[in-house]
Every structure is written in C-alpha cells, then in structure tokens.
Design a protein around this ligand. Structure first.
Ligand code: BES
Ligand code: ZN
Ligand code: ZN
Length: 472
C-alpha cells in the first residue's frame, strides 16, 4: 500500500480540499455561499480545523494555533494532518492549497496526513475502508521537497510493514531478503552472511542465540557510499534483528504478551528503513547498516542459562538469562564494526522491558560513550521530528554490575537500572564514539496520533534527519 504525494495544477469541483488559510485571506476563488462564509468567519478564531460538508466534496479550512515553541508547533501541524486523515476516511484523494504561502506548514500537515494513512492489511481478506490513495499539493509547492517527503513516507511505511509482520512470515532469512530488495530499489549495496560465514567470523553471540532455532541466522551489511560523500569514515547504524523473542530457555511468561515479541526486530526494521530513506534521497553521506538476525527459542539444542560463550572479539560472556539475547547478537555486530574505523556508531534495539517501564511507548531511551556532541545533536533533532530521546546516566558505577565470577562479563546486571546495564554490556564491545538507543516507542498498543497502532515507524525520520544534518 502506498500513499502518493503529487503536485496538481487545477482544482475540479469534486476535489476534496484542505485550504491552509489565515483570517484575512481571500476565499473568493472557492465559490463559498454567503452562509458558508459567515460560518467560516464565526468559527475561525477558535478552531484549527473548520469543516464544510458540500454536496460533492469535503472542504476543510485549516489554521494551526500558535504554540509555546517551534517543536510543539511542528508536531501540532502533523497532528492536524492526522485529524484530517480521520475526517477523510473513505475518500480517495484530497488537494491541499496553501493560501498562507507557508511552505513549511503545508509540508508538515502533509507529513502527518500521509503518515496517518498507513494500514497493515496484507493478511486481511476483507480490509476495512480504503485509505487515501493520493494527496495533491498545489502548484506552489517545492517539487524537491515533495519527492523527499514521498521517499521518507515510503521508508516509514516499509519499516512499519517489517515490524508488523509476524514471525510466521518473517524469519531471519526473510528479513535479510527484504534488506536486499530495498537496497536494489533505492541504491544501497547489501551483502548477507549466512551461517557458515557467521561461524567463520566466530560470532559466538549470534550463534548461541540461534542454537535453539530451526532457521539459520543472517548478518546483513548494507552500504551507502555515494561518490559525493562528505565523510571518509562511515557512520554505522546497527539494528537488533531478533525476529521473534520467546526468551529461550529463560522462557517469557505468556502473560507478558509474547505475541508482541514479533517486534523484537524493531531496531533492524528501523535501520533498513533509514538506509532506504537515505539512499533513495541520495544523501551525500557514507553510511553502513549492520543487522544481525535470528529468532530466540527454546529447543533441545538451545543455549542455556549458565553457559559461557566466546564472542566475535574473543570476550567471554556468562549467559545468566537467555532472554537477554539482544545484547549478545548486537555485541558481535559492534565488534565487527571496529574494522571500518567508524566516525560514530549508533545501535537501535528493543533491548529492555526496563526502558519501557521507565518512559512508556512515547519515545526512546539513549546513552552515549565518547559521543557527547553527536548525541546532543541527535536529541535536538529528536525534538524537531518528535521522535524524542530520554538520556539515561552512563556512570562508571554501572560497569561493576556486569562483572562475572567465571567469565569476562555476564549478560545481565542487578535488579535495577536494567536499561543502563544493557547499554554498558554493549559499550564493552566498542572502541569508537557510540550512541545506544533502546526503543520503547517502536510500538504502541493504542493509536498514537499519526503513528497509528502497532508499529509506529519511530526512528526512521530521526536517523534520516540526523544524517541529512551532517551533509551540510
Ligand atoms: N526484547 C526484550 C525486551 C523488550 C520487552 C522489549 C518488552 C520491548 C518490550 C529483551 O530481549 C528482553 O527480554 N530483555 C529482558 C532482559 C532481562 C532478562 C535482563 C527484559 O527486559 O526483561
Ligand atoms: Zn529477550
Ligand atoms: Zn529481545
């Protein structure tokens, strides 16, 4: 399913309309009756959206309220787009006309409207009413910005499709194939390592988690290195690709809704979608995406609590809980990343329930090591795109909590600060500037504005805008 965003020159009588206007704008081109004009006049001081139901079309007059800061203003515009999407339910198209000459505002409303239009219907024989097929923008809009927005929206939808897809339809191999298809379409190069290659590389974390599975693991490398790149050493994005997390032998309680754990490749889905957005928009920046992937299941051959495993970089890990599996597969990817001498590595992972308990599904939790300034920039961009980061402390004190009696480190900390000890475990495998993102906001059980219900796609716009900001 795709929502097209297109320019259109002429308005026909039957086009649904959204007019972005302010109080004194001239509405004479739109043939409103005196009664309608009176209604608009009366409503326009306290309403952001005025709805006029005409016989052959719907017309909305929109004037966003002032907000206390620019981030709130931007998000409010996207949310107006979301409200319009609900009101347009069942319609095929709509035309947005900018009477205010405010390019930013119309694009933000379009962004919210387009994003809200997402539906995951591929497994339904009888889907509900269709969503908008096309959003038309008036001739005044900037063609380049429209194309950019279209690519971003497509990438967010792609990420949401990946995350919403159940394990029955998305094994580690399927996930790698999806990355390859996306790369072929948008221009990044992808290489998939199979189990044999993963064994040769001694990726002991990924292999241990995969032991209980009947499917092979994959390790996908995505590379976007355009000729006009601004950076020599790559920026590396790493995504947790646990296509299903039962907890393994440390089995999850079913009451904790194990069905939700199809989203445990949320980090991977976000990284693949961000690579697509970056490549399809031709950002002049050298970026590498790494995705270690497997499911985590109990079986006769599954790895067991108490095991000691040897990781890609030789570190030995005492596995005290097989449900703390994400950090094991990520650790191998983090040490693999060293060979690129990266300028910065960001990992994204649905890593801990502790992060969800701390902030709910409204954003991400983040930590950094040696990347203070990049992290400040990422937080700032998070505010702008409303995919926000809550920074957690990363004090040395926490390092003690992952010391093991019999190996170099163990894979769980104490009863407290679970999101931080998980981050500390990852940091052990890094020797470069590093940002860790734990992703409660990747999923929402109830409808969360234009992000919808289920996979939110949160993180794609954050990474895209972060990379774009580095191109200047
Ligand atoms: N994938 C889970 C974390 C998770 C849970 C993400 C719920 C989103 C929603 C992860 O692999 C996990 O199970 N973590 C454990 C770690 C613990 C055993 C130290 C957790 O958070 O309980
Ligand atoms: Zn787990
Ligand atoms: Zn997990």
């Amino acid at each position: 399913m795709k929502t097209l965003i297109k320019k259109k020159r002429t308005i026909s009588d039957s086009d649904n309309l959204v007019l972005l206007f302010s109080k004194n704008d001239n509405l004479s081109d739109f043939n409103f009756t005196d009664k309608e004009l009176g209604f608009i006049n009366k409503k326009c001081t306290d309403n952001e959206i005025i709805e006029i139901n005409q016989y052959q079309r719907k017309v909305f007059l929109v004037n966003p309220n002032k907000q206390i800061n620019s981030n709130k203003y931007r998000e409010n515009c996207r949310l107006i787009g979301d409200k319009l999407q609900i009101k347009l339910n069942g319609e095929k198209s709509v035309m947005l006309i900018d009477l205010k000459h405010n390019q930013e505002e119309i694009l933000l409303i379009t962004e919210g409207l387009a994003l809200a239009n997402y539906k995951f219907i591929k497994h339904k024989n009888h889907p509900d009413r269709a969503s908008l097929e096309t959003i038309f923008l008036c001739n005044r809009s900037d063609k380049k910005k429209i194309v950019e927005l279209q690519q971003i929206v497509d990438s967010v939808f792609f990420t949401k499709d990946l995350i919403n897809e159940p394990f029955s339809h998305l094994t580690a191999i399927d996930l790698a194939n999806k990355a390859q298809i996306s790369g072929d379409k948008s221009g990044f190069k992808s290489t998939v390592y199979n189990k044999k290659k993963i064994k040769e590389l001694n990726m002991g974390g990924l292999l241990a988690v995969n032991k209980g599975s009947i499917d092979d693991p994959t390790f996908t490398i995505m590379e976007w290195k355009p000729k006009n790149t601004k950076n020599k050493s790559p920026l590396i994005l790493i995504g947790k690709g646990i296509v299903y997390d039962t907890g393994g032998l440390s089995l999850k309680k079913t009451a904790n809704s194990m069905d939700l754990m199809k989203i445990d490749m949320g980090g991977a889905g976000t990284v693949i979608g961000a690579m697509q957005a970056i490549a399809s928009n031709n950002l002049p920046y050298y970026v590498i995406g790494l995705v270690p992937a497997t499911d985590n299941r109990p079986s006769g051959n599954a790895y067991a609590p108490g095991d000691v495993i040897t990781m890609h970089d030789g570190t030995t890990v005492e596995v005290l809980n097989t449900d703390a599996e994400g950090r094991l597969i990520l650790a191998d990817a983090l040490s693999f990343a060293k060979k690129y001498r990266p300028e910065l590595v960001i990992d994204l992972a649905t890593l801990t329930g502790a992060a969800v308990s701390a902030i709910g599904n409204y954003g991400f939790v983040s930590m950094q090591k040696g990347a203070f300034e990049d992290h400040e920039r990422l937080k700032k961009i998070g505010g702008i795109v409303h995919e926000r980061l809550a920074e957690f402390p990363f004090w040395d004190d926490y390092d003690k909590l992952i010391e093991s009696d019999i190996a170099d480190i163990k894979n769980i900390g104490g009863p407290y600060a679970g999101a931080i000890t998980a981050g500390k475990f990852l940091a052990h495998f890094t020797d470069y500037p590093f940002i860790h993102i734990d992703m409660p906001g990747v999923y929402s059980k109830s409808r969360y504005g234009y992000r919808g219900k289920g996979a939110t796609g949160m993180g794609v716009r954050l990474l895209y805008e972060f990379v774009k900001s580095r191109c200047k």
